[in-house]
Design a protein around this ligand. Structure first.
Ligand code: CMP
Length: 139
């Protein structure tokens, strides 16, 4: 059975550019249901913890500064085969390589400021969702 949730962040560059509404429209038009959503501003410590998996990558310090540099929108999304379906909707990490019409192709600025995050596995979708939301907040 395929798990049916994924986790996303609308990142600081996209929120700052007022793309939040357009990105949520794309998500809803693609058939996702929003199970939980919040607008917040991560501290450097919180961003470092969320992206700990990348702590040995050369871009880690810049990523932490960028992700804590402005408000974001975090959300849990539901749809059949949600992880793969959402990764298809957002396109490649590098917007130069993202398919036309994908969220990153339309709204991302660079490989770092790439508009949105999407979970890469069912396991990480569950871990990332619970980083931002309690069980009570996801319905
Ligand atoms: P995300 O899908 O949120 O997962 C890790 C993030 O690190 C990624 O999106 C980008 O924001 C950033 N990232 C990944 N690769 C690079 C890179 N080569 N250079 C700079 N930032 C990167």
């Amino acid at each position: 059975m395929t798990a049916n949730i994924t986790f996303t962040i609308i990142k600081p560059d996209a929120v700052q550019s007022n793309f939040t509404g357009k990105i949520i429209d794309k998500i809803l038009d693609a058939g996702f249901r929003i199970k939980a959503m919040k607008y917040l501003h991560l501290s450097e410590k919180q961003a470092a913890e969320f992206y700990e998996i990348h702590k040995n990558r050369p871009f880690y310090n810049d990523l932490i500064k960028y992700m804590s540099g402005g408000p974001i929108v975090a959300a849990v999304l539901e749809k059949e085969n949600a992880v793969e379906s959402y990764r298809n909707l957002i396109g490649a990490t590098d917007p130069q390589k993202a398919e036309p019409g994908t969220i990153r192709n339309l709204f991302a600025k660079s490989i770092e400021a790439n508009a949105v995050h999407g979970s890469d596995s069912n396991e990480n979708a569950a871990i990332e969702s619970s980083f931002f939301f309690s069980k009570l907040e996801m319905f």
